[in-house]
Design a protein. Structure first.
Length: 399
């Protein structure tokens, strides 16, 4: 490998950026936990007031399809750090990474079946195999392929959106969807067994398609973008070129927000269903721009006094992001399904957003407390042990 010599020391600002992405993912995921009508384009019979619709629109505009892409970019960047660590230890990288992917797949499958059917870890494990094949790719070529993936996948969705205008959704769709939604409410408020059965039903009937054909191409594109910047050590000191960060914000923010607005508006229940696919295409095309603009703006903000404080709070949560991601699902499953309080379809969008803030606010000090005493988060420790094929230290070593 001809990549740069990465530092052994963790990059706190990268951990903070990962924590920032983790919060955005929670805001989106909790909507799925809370309501069967989330993102469906079908009116919620209980929560369709002006405040409910405004919150849904804002979440779709500012959060949906953005933060999992930022997280995917960081996965690709961390891939290069793992390559460098294997090179320093004179270890074969491929077997280590394959063991890591196997661990991610096992965790993701359990996560999807037990707690959250929208899991992303299995997708990461599968696409990580393709990333492994690209580990010797020239960074410039990786960026070109990432761009083509985004453009081509968005073009496919734009064509499908155009065709949907010629073949409108049948009027019976809303009634059929409401019947399925009522069945899911009964399942998630039933028993742990019915909750798991509903997860499996949704995974096999609809979610596999969304993960493979909606998220998949964009996740891999961001893997490649992160890999390319990681090979260039771009985040070791991102402030050495503040103009580049500012330019990324300027170029990506306006088109990204415009595309996201089209996406959010097209998914509103009061809009005709024929606009949903064209809106999705616009949102998917511009979401990577907006995600990278978010990342660049966040890094620039870290240079301010307030930003440094926020970054210091977020870094521990980002350092144990996998543990926190799974913990968020366990908590949400307890709140909304038969694992606990059975509040599925009984919480407004604003209340769900508030719950997300509370969950993340609790995770911040808990993460800092844990990492003062331990070398890794619990799930990170397991995955590192699997990756290395050895038992890493559990307790934090004295400085």
């Amino acid at each position: 490998m001809n990549g740069p010599g990465h530092s052994r020391q963790r990059l706190a600002h990268v951990d903070a950026l990962r924590g920032f992405a983790l919060f955005g993912i929670l805001v989106v995921n909790i909507g799925v936990f809370a309501s069967p009508f989330y993102g469906a384009g079908v009116p919620d019979p209980v929560f369709s007031g002006p405040v409910d619709l405004a919150v849904r629109w804002l979440v779709a505009w500012l959060f949906e399809t953005k933060f999992y892409l930022l997280f995917s970019f960081l996965f690709g960047y961390s891939f290069t750090l793992q390559m460098a660590a294997a090179e320093r230890s004179a270890s074969a990288f491929a077997p280590r990474f394959l063991r890591r992917l196997a661990g991610l797949a096992a965790l993701g499958l359990a996560h999807a079946v037990l707690f959250y059917q929208g899991d992303i870890l299995v997708t990461y494990a599968l696409l990580g195999l393709a990333l492994l094949l690209c580990r010797h790719m020239d960074p410039a070529r990786a960026l070109r392929i990432a761009l083509w993936l985004i453009v081509l996948a968005s073009a496919v969705w734009a064509i499908l959106g155009g065709l949907s205008l010629l073949d409108p959704v049948q009027p019976s769709y809303a009634a059929l969807y409401k019947a399925d939604a009522l069945a899911s409410i009964e399942a998630y408020r039933g028993t742990i067994g019915t909750t798991i059965a509903q997860h499996i039903k949704e995974l096999t009937e609809t979610i596999w398609f969304m993960v493979l054909f909606v998220q998949g191409p964009y996740v891999f594109a961001m893997f490649l973008a992160g890999y390319a910047l990681g090979r260039r050590n771009a985040l070791a000191d991102p402030w050495r070129a503040p103009r580049a960060l500012g330019l990324l914000c300027a170029l990506g923010l306006l088109p990204g927000l415009a595309g996201a607005a089209a996406y959010a508006t097209s998914a509103m229940p009061q809009m005709s269903a024929v606009w949903e696919l064209p809106g999705l295409a616009a949102g998917l095309l511009t979401a990577p721009l907006l995600s990278l603009s978010y990342g660049a703006a966040f890094l620039l903000a870290l240079r301010t006094r307030v930003g440094r404080c926020v970054g210091a709070w977020l870094a521990p949560a980002g350092r144990m992001a996998l543990t926190n991601y799974l913990m968020q699902s366990v908590i949400c499953a307890f709140v909304f399904t038969a694992w606990g309080l059975r509040m599925f379809a009984a919480v407004s969008p604003l209340a769900a957003f508030a719950i997300a803030i509370v969950i993340f606010a609790l995770q911040l000090p808990l993460s800092a407390w844990w990492l003062r005493r331990h070398a890794y988060g619990p799930v990170e420790w397991f995955l590192r042990a699997l990756t290395l094929g050895a038992r890493p230290p559990w307790r934090r070593l004295a400085d």
